[in-house]
Design a protein around this ligand. Structure first.
Ligand code: SF4
Ligand code: SF4
Length: 428
């Protein structure tokens, strides 16, 4: 059996442009999945000198449209045509269950894994995360920010200048880097330089991952003008009654108006930005999901219901026998699946890899490096610019946080996607 603290060690090969050229063998490149990952990977391929023939995507919302001058086609156009298949190399931009289904379809079209098709994360195995805003305007019940014991001592913003230095180093270390998430525990829309940061990414061929509570709208228009590939929006209810309980400190009316503005700006600037509305499902908002789904449909947003869970710091405290804060208890009472059961589900999978072993480096707004994006602030190194990716990988799995997290099997705890089938049967 593996040593217990190795489940977050990322032993992955990082492809160079030469490695990719040997793999593609001059064939036409198709990216299957025109969402955030696929769009980002197109830019990474272009940056390394590889043009993309087309995206493939089965979403009726996307077929027939284009992104960055590249058409989005129905996958059948390639897979059902043996001649096209023969001269194609498919890069699958998806994960988990969907990825398996796409691989199976490629194989039934006579294609061979790692020879004719591959998942994009084989080329770029890590997902860097940069906290550009170390400040949040909300205190959600399930989040460590809702609990003073976990609040950071100080907060601040990463400037575009510092971000630019970070991204230059990241690209050197991961040539096919295609996506950088610009948030951990902060609200990115509070950073006055967010639109500049998105432009830096876009100019380098990297998609920007943004997740917002949409309670801060001052820079929203500039941000959309900068044309981010995707914005994730988090919400828990439809109307102030329930939303303002769980998204504590948030105001429904502000959220709602900003959501409409989001649609308006995307339309005004024709940015094709994908908006994914993460609807955190609690007992009290189940019957409001229908209205949110309809609002998403009206505005061309993706509706994505997810199981609300207490975030990892709370689960960690619980395992340490520290008990839960009053806020976390309140959130726990509203959860569809209790904390104990969720921890037990993680324990059943304790021999598997950490769910976040590809999520690194995790860089804080003050340039320090953290071991993990699932927990609030812990330090691994003082300055990302002064430590190599290899050293980060080597240091992380021996960090006391990772060792303890794995001791409690919490490296398998936080995966709301596991519960998506269950949640989908409940929401309207
Ligand atoms: S869940 Fe997000 S929006 Fe809510 S307090 Fe935490 S970081 Fe802020
Ligand atoms: S702390 Fe994070 S990276 Fe480390 S084992 Fe736990 S979930 Fe994985």
């Amino acid at each position: 059996m593996k040593n217990n603290n190795t489940f977050c060690r990322g032993n992955y090969r990082v492809y160079t442009a030469k490695d990719a050229s040997d793999l593609f063998k001059g064939r036409d490149l198709y990216i299957w999945g025109a969402g955030q990952k696929g769009r980002g990977f197109k830019l990474a391929l272009n940056r390394n000198g590889f043009p993309v023939k087309a995206f493939l995507d089965s979403s009726p919302l996307l077929i027939g449209t284009e992104y960055g001058g590249v058409p989005i086609l129905d996958p059948k156009i390639v897979l059902n045509n043996p001649k096209t298949c023969k001269s194609s190399f498919i890069l699958v931009a998806s994960v988990d269950k969907k990825n398996k289904e796409m691989f199976a379809l490629c194989e039934s079209a006579g294609l061979t894994k790692n020879k004719d098709f591959i998942n994009i994360q084989e080329l770029s195995p890590f997902y860097p995360t940069v906290e550009i805003s170390g400040v949040c305007n909300l205190r959600c019940l399930s989040c460590p920010r809702g609990d003073s014991a976990h609040l950071p001592q100080k907060g601040g913003f990463m400037t575009a200048d510092y971000y630019s230095r970070v991204i230059d180093k990241l690209i050197k270390e991961i040539p096919f880097l295609y996506l950088v998430d610009l948030y951990i525990w902060g609200e990115p829309l509070l950073n006055p330089e967010l639109s500049e940061i998105i432009k830096i990414n876009t100019n380098l061929g990297i998609a920007s991952g943004i997740s917002s509570n949409l309670n801060a709208g001052k820079y929203l228009e500039d941000v959309i003008k900068a044309s981010p590939a995707q914005i994730r929006v988090s919400v828990s209810g439809y109307g102030e009654k329930n939303y303002e309980i769980t998204h504590k400190g948030g105001r429904w009316e502000i959220f709602y108006q900003n959501l409409l503005l989001l649609a308006e700006y995307i339309n005004k600037y024709q940015t094709n930005t994908i908006v994914e509305v993460y609807y955190h499902v609690y007992k009290n908002n189940l019957n409001e999901s229908k209205q949110m789904r309809e609002l998403c449909e009206e505005n061309g947003f993706r509706f994505h219901p997810v199981l609300a869970m207490l975030l990892a710091d709370h689960a960690f405290d619980y395992c340490e026998g520290k008990g839960l804060s009053d806020e976390a208890k309140k959130a726990g009472d509203l959860m569809l699946i209790g904390l104990e059961k969720l921890i037990q589900n993680g324990i059943k999978e304790r021999h598997k890899q950490c769910l976040l072993n590809r999520v690194l480096p995790v860089i804080n707004w003050d340039m320090s490096v953290m071991p993990c994006c699932n927990y609030s602030y812990h330090k691994l190194a003082d300055n990302y610019l002064e430590i190599s990716l290899d050293d980060i990988i080597n240091l992380r799995h021996t960090h006391s946080l990772c060792v303890k997290c794995q001791k409690y099997s919490l490296h398998r705890y936080f995966n709301p996607m596991y519960y998506s089938d269950y949640v989908n049967t409940l929401v309207c």
